[in-house]
Structures are given as structure tokens and as C-alpha cells.
Design a protein around this ligand. Structure first.
Ligand code: GLY
Length: 585
């Protein structure tokens, strides 16, 4: 478990030098001092560059992004190359069988939001997960009925053709080669195989692709080759995304679905569309926060939580009583998540009021926060103009930026580990289980314990509500930070933490994402607190009335910050898991 950034390569080499140069006393002082401070940009999970930056949870994927930069690509190419490669080496989190949201700030200042979220198949029905009148969460999580029509591939290809410089065909071919040659399984990948092995075994295509011939799992250090996935990616490289959405991939998948109780048809693939949406734009203490609009709940609720927090001096609170500052943030989260459960859904199907990000509405909610005591939140609030002003109609995150001024945030997912656990034989692609992000019945929690209302009920062609929150922060029109995360509903709160730690508390970006986090999602009424938070603060939060549940890791964040004074990008991957941030030197 990595906690505070501690001894990193730079500080270690400094120590070796000092060992030769100075006496033991200085060395002892240094050992005491270094772990207490983070040297800006020098934590082991951060990297600096003047030219560009890409950060992800996997070094092979980050290197694919770096390669795109080296070939003359921009941040869009690098982010997509990284995302495609994550689908190969980190396929339990994301892949072309899943969906994504892509937020881009182009060098000429345009803000683009590409919605590549999965769509419910045409035959999907509101009660499709009810059996004998009761919701069956297994059906929305595992097997043929769990998948929505994947959108990630179309979104990646659209992002590159619209805003990148390199041919999409070459980016996906590079990913295909990694699938073909194989990669060294690490303890994270092996652990995910272990936790899903019994489900993967239920599907011959998945067992053939992801388990050894005797059904055992790949261990750390084993090489995993994915020839079927390589072939699928090569076909897409050769024939374009039509091979996937209108050709052999769609036909074979539809055939398998009809033979195995699924409802996705070849027409569903043909009808899949990405949607260009208007980003959610709000402000926070003079910064502009650009987030992803519905069907993500992320942009709305990151903005809403920050709007509520703007009514408090977090820096002063943190200096006086950090637990009380965390209490205020938790109460703001709770209020926002109560609204999420009621108001949020696919804006092409339901009306999501813009008033949710209204500053006066946030002020009213802030007034409900008792500084010294947990408040009960029994229900959602009622934002202004609720009838008339609407938003138009286990996951991973990639951050990328370049010196031209392109900034990219891609959050991409197959939902929970290895999605629906289905790989159609011969195709190599993990199919998502994003249908579980609908509310399959009122009040029935999904895999993340989230409940939802009418607005997020299943319907044909509808997109399930998401928490993915790719975010870009600007100051005076200049991007200074991008951030996003994985972890279901904890995505929203991680992004909030990254922003307030960096902007309010002045932490360097690496530290801001490494700090212990807390999370509240209204229901269940429980404050999730990372175990590494000081015991004193945990006790104080309990005294304030929180029902605390200690957890190992509160999600995984990637971020990049840009410093106007030095002109340097600092990229950071989450120190809780492996990963890599890199830029050209
Ligand atoms: N599947 C996780 C999310 O979209 O929120």
C-alpha cells in the first residue's frame, strides 16, 4: 500500500550523493525531512515535461501514448493510443467492448464532449431484469443480458479523425501488435482474473481468451497473448470501424447473443451513434471547471459539490481542523448524491434540470450543512427552474496534454471487472455490463450500491447513467489541470478531492491525488474513509456523527497540471496502483 509519496528515484539518488559528501547527521536529518514533504512534481508517481504528458494506470499503455507523441501525434492521438492499449493490457477495466466519455480542449480553445456511452439494445425493456416480480442483479451484471451496445471504439476513432493528427488505423494496429505479442501479467491483472475466474469459466470464449487451457489463471510474470483480440483490432485497422459496427463483429456477436439469451442484434450495432454534447461549464473560486454532461452524472455533481463548497473557506478549515473540513466535504457529497438518485438520467430520454449547478441552489444546500454534526438528508432537493431549463440532450482514466494546447480526458470502461464476463468465441473482446448502471428497479442498488429513480429506468436505445467525470480546469481561458478517475460513484468524489486539494489546499498534483480520501454517496448512509487517514481524524469524523466504513483504496485517479511560471506539465498516476505518467523530454 503506497501512502504519502515517499522516497523516489530523485531523492534516492540525492541521498547517495550526500552520503559521500556529508556526514551522518545530515543524512539522518534528510531521512526525517524528505518523507514529510513532497518535492513538487518529484513524487515517484509523477513526471514532468515541457512538451507533453500522458498518464494512465499501465506503463505499456502510457508508452503507447508516448509513442504517438514521438510520431508527431498530439494529445488526442496519445490519449486514444493509450486507451486502445489499456483495452489490451488492462482489459478488465476497459476496452472496445465498453464505452467512454472523451473531453477535449483543442489548441484553438474549443471544448468538445464525445459521448461514447453504451446504448441499451432496441429490445431492452424497463422490466427486463425482473423475475417473479423481483429485480435480479445477476442478470444485469453477468452474461448476455448485461451488455449495452459498445461505444468506445466509435468514440476513439471519432476523436482521432476529428481532432488528432495520426491515422486511427495505425494506432489500433499498434494495440493489436501488443495483443498478439502478449504482455507480462502483473499482480493486479492476475488478481482480477482470480476474482472473476468462476464467471469467466461459464463462457467458453472468455475462458479460451483469458484463462490457461487447464482453466487456471495467469500468474504474475506469465505472458498473456490475445490472438483473437489482435485479429479483431487488425480487421478494424484494415476495414475501419464498420467491420465492428456493420460487419463480421456485429453479426457474430448478434448470433451468439440470440443463442445465449441475449437481445443485442446486428441492427443495434449498426444503429449505435456517439453523441457530441455540450460540456458542463461552471466556475470555482475563479477557475473554470469543464465537465462531462449527462448521461454522465460526473460533470453535474462535481460542479454541484464544488458550488456548495465555495460557501466555505476550506483552506482555513483544513488548517484549523482537517477532519471538520472533511466533514463539510462529505455533507456536500451527500446532498449531491441525493439529487443524483432522483434527477439524473439520459438527457435524450429525461429532463435533467440545469438548476442542479445553480450557485444560489448550492448556497441553499450549503446552508443545510451543520459544521458540528452530521445532518440527515432524507431526500433529493428541488433545483430552480426544474421544469424548464435542461441539459441537452471498475473503469479507467487517461489524461493527456500537449504544448500546442490540446488537453484530453478520457474515462473509459466495461463497468465492473471484465464487464459481463462474456467474450464471444473468436472475437477476443470483453463485452461490458453497463446495463447494470441503469436502475433495474426503483430502490434496487447496482453493483456500486447506487440507487436510482425513474429517470434512469431501462429503455430501448437509452444510455445508462454514469459517474465518469473527465474534467478540465481552466484559469483565464488557459487549461491548468485535467483530472479523472475510476471507481464508480467514487469517481465524482475523487475528482472533487483532486481539485480542492490542488486548488484550495495548494498541494502539488501528485500529492493531491495521493492524499487519503473520503466518500459519501447519500445511500447507503455511510462515510467511506481510506484506512490510511490518520486515526485522529477518523475518530473526529465519528464524533461528528458519521458512520465510518474503512476501506483500502478509494478509487484510482490520473491527473496533469500545468505551471504557468515554469511552463511545465506535471503528470501523475494514482500511487495506489501501478501506472505511469510520461512526457517527451
Ligand atoms: N460504469 C461506471 C460508471 O459509468 O459510472
Amino acid at each position: 500500500m503506497l501512502n504519502q509519496p515517499t522516497f523516489n528515484a530523485i531523492t534516492r539518488s540525492k541521498m547517495v550523493y550526500l552520503l559521500h559528501k556529508f556526514n551522518f547527521t545530515i543524512l539522518v536529518l534528510l531521512f526525517v525531512w524528505v518523507p514529510l514533504r513532497e518535492l513538487p512534481g518529484q513524487a515517484s508517481h509523477t513526471e514532468m515535461s515541457k512538451l507533453n504528458m500522458v498518464a494512465s494506470v499501465n506503463p505499456i499503455a502510457t508508452d503507447a501514448g508516448l509513442k504517438a507523441f514521438e510520431q508527431g501525434g498530439n494529445a488526442v492521438d496519445a490519449a486514444v493510443a493509450t486507451a486502445l492499449t489499456l483495452g489490451v493490457v488492462d482489459g478488465f477495466n476497459s476496452g472496445i467492448g465498453g464505452g467512454c466519455f472523451i473531453l477535449i480542449r483543442t489548441a484553438d480553445g474549443k471544448l468538445i464532449a464525445i459521448d461514447g456511452r453504451e446504448m441499451a439494445p432496441g429490445a431492452a425493456q424497463r422490466d427486463m431484469y425482473l423475475r417473479d416480480g423481483a429485480a435480479d442483479g445477476n442478470l444485469s451484471r453477468v452474461g448476455a443480458l448485461a451488455s449495452g451496445v459498445p461505444g468506445a471504439l466509435k468514440a476513439y476513432s471519432g476523436a482521432v479523425s476529428g481532432y488528432g493528427k495520426l491515422p486511427f488505423a495505425s494506432l489500433i494496429l499498434d494495440a493489436a501488435e501488443i495483443a498478439e505479442q502478449g504482455f507480462l501479467v502483473d499482480h493486479v491483472y492476475s488478481g482480477r482474473l482470480r476474482s472473476t475466474q468462476r464467471y469467466l469459466k461459464q463462457f467458453p470464449g472468455s475462458a479460451a481468451a483469458l484463462l490457461k487451457p487447464d482453466g487456471t489463471i495467469y500468474q504474475p510474470g506469465d505472458v498473456l497473448k490475445q490472438p483473437d483480440l489482435a485479429n479483431t483490432m487488425k480487421q478494424i485497422s484494415k476495414s475501419g470501424t464498420d467491420w465492428f459496427y456493420g460487419g463480421e463483429f456485429a453479426q457474430k456477436t448478434a448470433e451468439w447473443m440470440s443463442q445465449n439469451g441475449g437481445i443485442i442484434t446486428a441492427d443495434d450495432f449498426r444503429n449505435y451513434k456517439t453523441v457530441d454534447r455540450n460540456p458542463v461549464r461552471s466556475t470555482y473560486r475563479g477557475y473554470e471547471i469543464v465537465g462531462f454532461p449527462p448521461p454522465s452524472s460526473g460533470g453535474v455533481h462535481v460542479a454541484q459539490i464544488l458550488n456548495i463548497l465555495e460557501n466555505f473557506d476550506l483552506r482555513e478549515l483544513y488548517q484549523k481542523d482537517p477532519a471538520q473540513m472533511r466533514h463539510v466535504v462529505a455533507e456536500a457529497m451527500k446532498l449531491a448524491f441525493a439529487d443524483r438518485a432522483y434527477w439524473l438520467g439520459d438527457p435524450d430520454y429525461v429532463k435533467v434540470p440545469r438548476g442542479l449547478i445553480d450557485k444560489e441552489y448550492a448556497k441553499g444546500l450549503a446552508g443545510k450543512i451543520n459544521m458540528d454534526q452530521v445532518s440527515e438528508v432524507t431526500s433529493h432537493g428541488t433545483p430552480p427552474r426544474k421544469d424548464g431549463d435542461f441539459f441537452e440532450k471498475h473503469t479507467t482514466h487517461v489524461s493527456a496534454a500537449d504544448a500546442e494546447g490540446n488537453w484530453v480526458a478520457i474515462t473509459t470502461t466495461v463497468n465492473t471487472t471484465f464487464g459481463s464476463k462474456v467474450i464471444v468465441p473468436g472475437l477476443g473482446v470483453v463485452m461490458n455490463n453497463e446495463m447494470d448502471d441503469f436502475s433495474i428497479a426503483p430502490g434496487v442498488p447496482n453493483a456500486f450500491g447506487l440507487i436510482g429513480g425513474e429517470n434512469n429506468a431501462v429503455a430501448a436505445g437509452k444510455r445508462p447513467l454514469s459517474s465518469m467525470s473527465p474534467t478540465i480546469v481552466l484559469k483565464d481561458g488557459q487549461p491548468i489541470m485535467t483530472i479523472g478517475a475510476a471507481g464508480g460513484p467514487k469517481i465524482i468524489t475523487q475528482v472533487v478531492w483532486g481539485i480542492i486539494n490542488h486548488l484550495d489546499l495548494g498541494m502539488p498534483i501528485g500529492q493531491s491525488i495521493g492524499e487519503p480520501r473520503i466518500h459519501h454517496q447519500w445511500s447507503p448512509d455511510r462515510l467511506a474513509v481510506e484506512r490510511k487517514l490518520d486515526a485522529d481524524q477518523v475518530n473526529r469524523l465519528k464524533e461528528l456523527g458519521h458512520t465510518v466504513s474503512l476501506s483500502g483504496s478509494g478509487g484510482v485517479t490520473q491527473a496533469i497540471a500545468w505551471d504557468k511560471k515554469t511552463g511545465l506539465f506535471t503528470g501523475a498516476h494514482d500511487p495506489r496502483v501501478p501506472g505511469k505518467a510520461a512526457g517527451q523530454q
